[in-house]
Design a protein around this ligand. Structure first.
Ligand SMILES: CC(C)(COP(=O)(O)OP(=O)(O)OC[C@H]1O[C@@H](n2cnc3c(N)ncnc32)[C@H](O)[C@@H]1OP(=O)(O)O)[C@@H](O)C(=O)NCCC(=O)NCCS
Length: 147
């Protein structure tokens, strides 16, 4: 297994990255857009088995106050081997203690994965929904009017 932190992003096979997004049933990524997004990230981490990309993740942050982990993905053929845990812990370690807030958005059903790594559900987090599916999957039911 090879672990690459902040590699030269021109060496990454972005078409294959897009394939892995599809393989875990996430919304379709465009090669140029995801390459640019990784390019604007603070830390990127890619895991290869021999030459094959099998997992990746990244962080986005402002250098001091806010940091976010994003796109934590392990090829389903290699899940259950500690790679997801490694990605999250390694990226979090890279961020260090410098930030006021370190957050992430769990994919639906993946909250327990993060809980198992010590992450806490944030009671004060709000989202501006980017559509009805996100509203359904990422928010709690509204309280009754008047409450
Ligand atoms: C979620 C994901 C990153 C986990 O990666 P993984 O390599 O399979 O997980 P690991 O083997 O590192 O598991 C670490 C721990 O989390 C637990 N875990 C893994 N997936 C879990 C889940 N869906 N629910 C609850 N616990 C889970 C494991 O049992 C393990 O516990 P242990 O350390 O006590 O043995 C992977 O399933 C994935 O890429 N899924 C698709 C994309 C996704 O949902 N990404 C994360 C959401 S943003």
């Amino acid at each position: 297994m090879t672990y690459k932190i902040n590699p030269d992003l021109s060496t990454v096979d972005w078409a294959y990255v897009c394939e892995l997004f599809s393989k875990v049933d996430w919304r379709k990524r465009e090669e140029a857009e995801i390459a640019a997004a990784f390019g604007r990230s603070s830390w990127t981490l890619f895991i290869y088995k021999e030459e094959q990309l099998i997992a990746f993740g990244r962080t986005v942050d402002d250098g001091r106050y806010y940091a976010v982990l994003a796109d934590i993905i392990v090829d389903p053929d290699f899940q259950g081997n500690g790679l997801g845990k490694y990605l999250v812990n390694a990226l979090n370690e890279k961020l260090g203690d410098n930030y006021h807030f370190v957050n992430l958005t769990a994919a639906p059903g993946k909250g327990d994965f993060y809980k198992s790594l010590g992450w806490k559900k944030q009671s004060t987090c709000f989202i501006w929904p980017q559509g009805p599916k996100q509203l359904r999957q990422h928010t709690e039911p509204e309280e009754e009017a008047g409450n």
